[in-house]
Write a protein that binds this ligand. Structure first.
Ligand SMILES: [Zn+2]
Length: 66
């Protein structure tokens, strides 16, 4: 009795290329968005990626009222 090992040919898992979500745009006329937009711009100059991420998160809260 020969035991042939099962050979599983699993389909190659293709992970979707993780792209950065598009940065939210400050909404015109909203002072909080304008503030965050300026802050994000300043953070980008400093290469402060954590502040940029924070600004993006806060900019996305515009629809729910910051
Ligand atoms: Zn806003």
């Amino acid at each position: 009795m020969t035991m042939e090992p099962d050979r599983w040919h699993e389909p190659t898992v293709t992970l979707p290329t993780r792209k950065e979500p598009p940065s939210p745009r400050p909404v015109a006329g909203c002072p909080e968005c304008a503030r965050l937009g300026q802050l994000r711009k300043a953070a980008a100059m400093e290469r402060d990626s954590s502040t940029i991420a924070d600004c993006n998160i806060l900019l996305r809260t515009h629809r729910t009222g910051h």
